[in-house]
Design a binder for this molecule. Structure first.
Ligand SMILES: [Zn+2]
Ligand SMILES: [Zn+2]
Length: 358
C-alpha cells in the first residue's frame, strides 16, 4: 500500500455537503509512538458484573427479554443513569439565545449477550439476527408508547476507546422528543436531492459502488491522474445488504451498512432481512477486528424520524448502520475546524478490509 502516491484532498460528503473530511495519507508516515488502545475486557463471566447471568437483581428491572426472561439471550433494562427521563413539570427552559429542550424521553440498556466480553463477530448469526430483531421491536414499542417521541436512536459503544463505561457487551436505546441535527441534515439533503433528481441518493451511491468506474484527469496536462473503480468501496456484500466504505469517511475504518433495496426506516426490516443483515454485520466486524487488531467502535442506526416534517421522506431517505471504529482521538484541528482528518484513503482501507482473512 505504501507504494501509492500520498493523497492530500478534501472530500465533501455526497449526502451532507456541509460535512467534509481531509484525506492526508502522508501523515501516516509521520513517526508516532505506539499508542495501543486500552485493552478491552474479554472475560466470559464476571462475578460482580451487573449484566452477567445470575446477577439480574443488580440491575434495574427487566423491560423485556429475548427469547424469555428466565433464559435470556438478550435483555433490556432501564438505564441507571439516563440522559433523558420522565416528564419534568417545567416544560421547555429558555435562557435568552440558549434554548434547552425539555429532557423528556427514555434511555434503556440492551444487554447484547449473556457472555461478558464477547465481541460482535464472535456471536452466532442466529443470535445477531435475534438482537437485530430486539432493536426493531423495542424501537417500534417506544414510538408507539408516546406520540411526542420523534426519534429513537439505537447505538453501541464497544471497548474503552469508544467510551463504554461497562465492559459487558451492550447497546443502548434512547427515545427522544427532538431529531438530532446530524440526522436532520441527512434527511434534509437527501430530500432535496430527491426533489431535483427523483432518486434516492443512498440508492444511487449503492448503484455507483456496484457498477461504476471513473477516471480522474490532471487539469493541466490532461493526462490520467488516477483511475477509480468505485467498486473498490465495497467491503462486504450479502443478498440484501451491503457494507461500504464511505467516499468521505470521518474515521479511518468507518464502514456503513445499508439495505440494497430501498427502505426508509429500520422498522421496515423483515425476518429475511435480519438474517442477511446479521451475516453482513458479523463478517464486516470480523474484517474490522482482523485489520485493526481488536476493534473498539461506536455504531448507530440512522432511520427516518417520525413527525409531519418527515412524512414525505419515504422515497428519499434510506436507513443505514454507521460503524465508527475508534483508532485515534480527534485533535484540536478537527474539533476547531469540524474537518475530520484520515491518514489512510478510504480506497486503501476498503481494499485492506476486503483482503482480511476471516
Ligand atoms: Zn458481564
Ligand atoms: Zn434508497
Amino acid at each position: 500500500m505504501t507504494d501509492q502516491k500520498p493523497i492530500r484532498e478534501i472530500r465533501i460528503s455526497p449526502i451532507v455537503p456541509s460535512e467534509s473530511v481531509l484525506v492526508a495519507t502522508a501523515r501516516s508516515m509521520r513517526p508516532r509512538k505506539d499508542e495501543a488502545p486500552a485493552p478491552r475486557d474479554t472475560r466470559k463471566h464476571v462475578a460482580q458484573c451487573p449484566f452477567c447471568k445470575g446477577n439480574e437483581s443488580m440491575t434495574p428491572p427487566t423491560v423485556s427479554a429475548w427469547p424469555s426472561e428466565a433464559d435470556w439471550a438478550v435483555r433490556i433494562v432501564e438505564n441507571l443513569y439516563p440522559v433523558l427521563g420522565e416528564d419534568s413539570p417545567s416544560g421547555n427552559l429558555v435562557f435568552g439565545l440558549q434554548q434547552a429542550i425539555e429532557g423528556y424521553g427514555r434511555h434503556e440498556v440492551i444487554i447484547d449477550h449473556a457472555q461478558h466480553g464477547i465481541a460482535l463477530h464472535e456471536m452466532s448469526e442466529a443470535h445477531l439476527a435475534g438482537l437485530l430483531g430486539v432493536y426493531r421491536e423495542r424501537m417500534e414499542q417506544l414510538y408507539r408508547s408516546d406520540n411526542r417521541i420523534r426519534f429513537v436512536l439505537v447505538f453501541k459503544n464497544f471497548g474503552p476507546a469508544a467510551g463504554a463505561s461497562i465492559a459487558h457487551t451492550h447497546s443502548q436505546i434512547i427515545a427522544m422528543p427532538v431529531v438530532p441535527e446530524n440526522l436532520y441534515n441527512e434527511v434534509f439533503h437527501s430530500r432535496n436531492h430527491h426533489r431535483k433528481h427523483h432518486q434516492c441518493i443512498f440508492c444511487s451511491l449503492i448503484d455507483e459502488a456496484l457498477t461504476f468506474e471513473a477516471t480522474i484527469y490532471d487539469r493541466e496536462s490532461g493526462r490520467i491522474r488516477r483511475r477509480i473503480s468505485v467498486g473498490q468501496y465495497v467491503v462486504e456484500r450479502g443478498e440484501r445488504f451491503i457494507a461500504i466504505k464511505p467516499f468521505a469517511s470521518r474515521y479511518e475504518w468507518e464502514v456503513h451498512i445499508l439495505p440494497l433495496r430501498h427502505q426508509s426506516s429500520y422498522l421496515d426490516l423483515t425476518e429475511d432481512d435480519r438474517r442477511d443483515l446479521a451475516r453482513v454485520l458479523r463478517r464486516t466486524m470480523a474484517r474490522l477486528d482482523a485489520v485493526i487488531g481488536g476493534a473498539q467502535y461506536n455504531y448507530f442506526l440512522h432511520s427516518l424520524p417520525r413527525g409531519e416534517d418527515y412524512d414525505d421522506c419515504d422515497a428519499s431517505y434510506h436507513w443505514h448502520l454507521e460503524i465508527c471504529p475508534r483508532t485515534s482521538i480527534p485533535t484540536g484541528f478537527e474539533l476547531g475546524s469540524g474537518l475530520f482528518v484520515t491518514t489512510i484513503s478510504p480506497e486503501q482501507a476498503a481494499a485492506q478490509l476486503r483482503a482480511a482473512e476471516i
